[in-house]
Ligand binder design. Structure first.
Ligand SMILES: Nc1ncnc2c1ncn2[C@@H]1O[C@H](COP(=O)(O)OP(=O)(O)OP(=O)(O)O)[C@@H](O)[C@H]1O
Ligand SMILES: [Mg+2]
Length: 241
């Protein structure tokens, strides 16, 4: 499935890593993917992005190849369109399809993390909806629990549906330790969104504690397990209205 968020910094990576561990706890082979990553550092092995490395590590053994997890690695930490222009790169879909097919061949489930929010373009001419359609993925929306999340979550859910994609459910993620009335907001989100809550990710004291959050996403793993990885099914696939 495709994991999107109410915004950048909404908890997509944290939720995706915890979800991968929850899927593995069910005995499934689960791998993550960050098709387009802006904000990479140069290493002897090539450009590397922290989100993609975290997803790669969460897959366990055997680790998928970095190039499959992150086929488009862009150095500048900015909007992917701008990062691609700075690098003189034209991001296109075929390498994403090929990388996804490579991952799917060795996995039961592929968790694909988007970039920014739903309407943040992945590249010139490539929207998140195009990715969902191309790979045949339903969508999980991660709502970063902070002020403004109700508006962002409702707008995002509406846009996902308007784009002809299927919203599998949503996850609340405790991105803001000072956020007040969290439970009240969760109740508001629950009644405002026309899709099930698949879990609420509490605060991890430190990054190393994120895999231990997996039990909070047991429902998300159960839903994700119904979305088997497979070759990209064609232009509309799972998202066909
Ligand atoms: N449940 C949590 N516990 C502790 N820290 C969290 C939690 N959720 C998010 N964070 C922290 O908040 C920040 C944003 O989270 P995360 O990187 O998962 O967001 P994102 O939506 O993937 O962002 P991006 O758009 O950059 O990919 C990170 O520093 C992350 O470690
Ligand atoms: Mg991320």
């Amino acid at each position: 499935m495709l994991v999107t968020g109410t915004d950048t910094g909404a908890g997509k990576s944290v939720a995706s890593v915890a979800l991968l561990h929850a899927l593995r706890a069910r005995g499934l082979r689960a791998v993550g993917m960050k098709p387009v990553a802006a904000g990479c550092r140069s290493t002897p092995q090539g450009l590397r992005n922290d989100d993609a490395l975290a997803l790669q590590a969460a897959a366990g053994d055997p680790r998928p190849a970095y190039g499959d997890v992150n086929p488009w690695a862009l150095e500048a930490a900015t909007a992917p369109q701008l990062a691609a222009r700075s690098a003189g790169v034209r991001v296109s879909m075929p390498p994403i399809r090929a990388a996804y097919a490579g991952l799917a061949a060795g996995a039961d489930v592929v968790v694909v993390e988007g970039a920014g929010g739903w309407l943040s373009p992945l590249a010139d001419g490539i929207e998140h909806a195009d990715l969902a359609h191309a790979l045949g993925l339903p969508v999980i929306l991660v709502a970063g629990l902070r002020l403004g999340c109700l508006n962002h979550a409702r707008l995002t859910a509406r846009a996902i549906t308007a784009d002809g994609c299927r919203l599998l459910g949503w996850i609340g993620c405790a991105v803001d330790p000072a956020f007040e009335r969290r439970d009240d907001y969760l109740a508001l989100l629950g009644s405002a969104l026309d899709a099930p809550c698949l879990g609420v990710v509490p605060r991890a004291a430190r990054p190393a504690g994120i895999p231990a959050l997996a039990p909070h996403l047991a429902a998300a793993a159960a839903a994700a397990a119904q979305v088997p990885a497979g070759d990209a099914p064609g232009p509309r696939g799972f998202c066909a209205p």
